[in-house]
Design a binder for this molecule. Structure first.
Ligand code: AMP
Ligand code: MG
Length: 340
């Protein structure tokens, strides 16, 4: 199969003919990768079980790991879910369209393949204009996990998508780098209080301002166990190079990089602005951004990991952000990516 790259440029992000071409593929049961404000998604018609099955094949994703359904209106959230608690409406008002995924009891129409046999469905309204235009044009909810091979860093541009999935999908809508760079926050509204299943673009603190209390899941489970949230599988978001996390100080980072150079032939470093690294030709540096500017660091996290692994590094050194605000999502992705 030849994967088409449908390029949307700055002023014509909602280029109607290209969007319509992609929507026709979705309606015909095909696979289209598309940009959202978080990362690129790999989309199929959520009401077509055969089409959704192809997502798992293309990604080599295990069948127990359910997908997020993308819709373009609050009405659609209510149409495909049931028994929504009253907080649902307040969350929708406060955070959508945007990077918040709600887990709610599902209705019949949503295929069991989408939910991996669960009675609940994860659903969200993306804010990216291309994602919204595609959903509208397709006239159907779109099931979409991140558009990468299972376990790999999520794709934040169309090159990343093609690196993992070229030949396995019909098309990718290319609108450049995604604005946020980390995945959506997933919150389970079937528990009381609601449970934060995956930290992401909407912070726990922001959720608490609407929900009052939010329950956190404790330690990650063993891979293959029944997972309340599939992103919890132990090793995930990982580059091929070994990821070495260090304390978030310039001194610890310098020391960890030096140590890695003594143990690995080629080393990568995710370097915050103004931090030092040893002068050594075997070291490849990715200029990550300003430490503390979590939006910028989130935006460039997966880009950095994929850039450094392409430079043939055996290990990548990276300072670990704290568990607060948007940094919590970075902490989560990096600790999972660093698992053995
Ligand atoms: P991905 O988009 O590849 O990051 O994967 C989809 C994400 O959706 C997973 O990591 C889960 O956190 C979440 N998810 C999807 N369906 C459910 C569900 N029914 N219950 C809990 N989490 C879900
Ligand atoms: Mg994913």
């Amino acid at each position: 199969m030849l994967t088409q790259r449908l390029i949307l440029t700055g002023d014509e992000l909602d280029d109607a003919p290209l969007i319509e071409q992609a929507a026709a593929i979705i309606r015909a049961g095909g696979l289209v990768a598309f940009p959202t404000e978080t990362v690129y998604g790999l989309g199929a018609d959520a009401l077509n079980a055969e089409a959704v099955r192809r997502i798992y094949l293309a990604k080599e994703r295990p069948a127990w790991d359910p997908l997020i359904v993308h819709v373009d209106t609050p009405e659609a959230i209510y149409r495909y879910t049931r028994n929504q608690p009253p907080v649902t409406e307040r969350l929708i008002l406060a955070f959508t369209p945007g990077p918040l995924t709600l887990v709610l009891p599902k209705r019949e129409a949503i295929s069991d393949v989408v939910t991996a046999g669960r009675d609940t469905v994860a659903i969200r309204i993306p804010s990216h204009p291309v994602a919204r235009a595609l959903i509208r044009s397709s006239g159907t909810p779109i099931a979409a996990p991140s558009a990468n091979k299972f376990g790999r860093p999520s794709p934040t541009n169309a090159d990343h998508v093609l690196h993992d999935l070229n030949g396995a999908i019909e098309a990718v809508l290319d609108a450049g780098q995604t604005p946020m760079g980390v995945e959506s926050t997933v919150v389970d509204l079937t528990t009381q209080p609601p449970t934060l299943l995956r930290p992401g673009g909407v912070s726990k603190e922001a959720l608490e301002s609407v929900l009052g209390e939010v329950r956190l899941l404790s330690a990650p489970l063993e891979s293959g166990e029944a997972l309340p949230a599939p992103g919890l599988s132990l090793r995930h978001y990982a580059p091929h190079a070994r990821l070495l996390l260090c304390a978030p100080t310039p001194e610890a980072f310098y020391g960890a990089t030096k140590d890695a150079l003594s143990r690995y032939a080629f080393v990568g470093a995710m370097r915050p602005d103004g931090w030092r690294t040893p002068t050594e030709p075997r070291l490849r540096v990715f200029e990550w951004g300003a430490w503390g500017d979590w939006e910028q660091l989130a935006n460039r996290l997966f880009l950095g990991l994929r850039t450094l692994e392409k430079q043939q590094t055996h290990a990548i050194v990276c300072p670990l952000p704290p568990e607060e605000g948007l940094a919590r999502a970075l902490h989560d992705r990096l600790t999972r990516a660093a698992q053995d």
